[in-house]
Ligand binder design. Sequence first.
Ligand SMILES: *[C@@H]1O[C@H](CO)[C@@H](O)[C@H](O)[C@H]1NC(C)=O
Ligand SMILES: *[C@@H]1O[C@H](CO)[C@@H](O)[C@H](O)[C@H]1NC(C)=O
Length: 462
Amino acid sequence: MAGPMWLLMMLGIESHQPLLLTRNVNSSADPQAQKYISESKCLVIEKNGKLRYEIDTGEETKLVNPEDVARLIFSKMKETAHSVLGSDANDVVVTVPFDFGEEQKSALGEAAGAAGFNVLRLIHEPSAALLAYGIGQDHPTGKSNVLVFKLGGTSLSLSVMEVNSGMYRVLSTKTSDNIGGAHFTDTLAQYLASEFQRLFKYDVRGNARAMMKLMNSAEVAKHSLSTLGSANCFVDSLYEGQDFDCNVSRARFELLCSPLFNKCTEAIRELLRQTGFTADDINKVVLCGGSSRIPKLQQLIKDLFPAVDLLNSIPPDEVIPIGAAIEAGILVGKESTAGDDSVMIECSAKDILVKGVDESGADRFTVLFPSGTPLPARRQHTLQAPGSVSSVCLELYESEGKNSAKEEAKFAQVVLQDLDKKENGLRDILAVLTMKRDGSLQVTCTDQDTGKCEAITVEVAS
Ligand SMILES: *[C@@H]1O[C@H](CO)[C@@H](O)[C@H](O)[C@H]1NC(C)=O
Ligand SMILES: *[C@@H]1O[C@H](CO)[C@@H](O)[C@H](O)[C@H]1NC(C)=O
């Protein structure tokens, strides 16, 4: 292929760190700055009207500018992107939270520039989320309202967007800093501590080291509970050599976290009131941020908007970066019409799905690579099967239609045979799928109990 191939890069940055990029503000008068200072893991001091991190390296104390931290994060992202792509692509679209002020935005843009990126544009996260799903792009006429629900690590950001003739306008937004993925992990860790106390009569809540171990275990369990009905938490030598072993069911997790779920739904209701809307005025809901994976949360949002499309086929933590990449594609495509003979965006052409069975025994399809996924891409999927069966089959389907089960066509399967019977319980089969830039798909299935493994490669003709 002649001509340079343009490569697109995706960047999303969590909002808690760069929020300190407030330059020349009186931080004692800014409640949000105060909140971040009190929650920061390292000491923040104000010097000459600017906020700095004070870091103890063991030999000396250093003052570090937030801008330098942002630049380091961008440098690391650039390094990762270059090694994944095998090329030195430098064009980026950077996404910023909607509530970023002009100064914070430009500080972030400058940090990306200082890391060696060529910043094509800064766009708001809710716009990126709409772009990821092509909202307003395929049928550019007509008006609709979209709710963007983003539950990140430390905050919940809600936006109501009006889409009119392919143009996006933010009607209203609401950000809550008192709810995020970290709060769900913390709730679970507190529960584990109370279970430990019940069993061993010792309260570890005052012990930072023990709590850190419980937080790590809770984090892993929380992720498992998004796909499985129960999760095991095992902590080696939690306190005075005592191991801790505990199973948490999804129902238990949902009960523990119900105050957090209520905060989310209350925030949605509040935003609708603020916008002067009822649920019927919303036409689509886009889910983003890793914590919006939680099944119960998705159910509660569906209940609030029974008649609405809930868009969740793209892994929620990738929605905003994918939107940024699409924007970059549009911008680069425009700029390269003269001279360069090809603009290539490598992405999957069809939805790739895996078939599973839900509690009622009905087939359930899970989209692993939605069409338009930038390549190469890698996904993991855990398939559960009864321990009593000796073979398990992973079936892969492709589909051109959006969310329409009828159009799915099976194109590959991986069979694990002669598995040792398991006395009771379920067996977990971990499937790792890698789609290469040429569209070929490599699938490896491993039985988590025995380590037995099968791999296939499918050349996808599309
Ligand atoms: C910063 O704000 C505080 C509290 O509102 C006020 O007392 C102080 O004088 C302000 N400092 C400057 C330099 O404006
Ligand atoms: C957790 O569940 C597994 C599988 O059902 C079981 O083998 C194990 O004994 C349970 N652990 C505890 C502490 O209950």
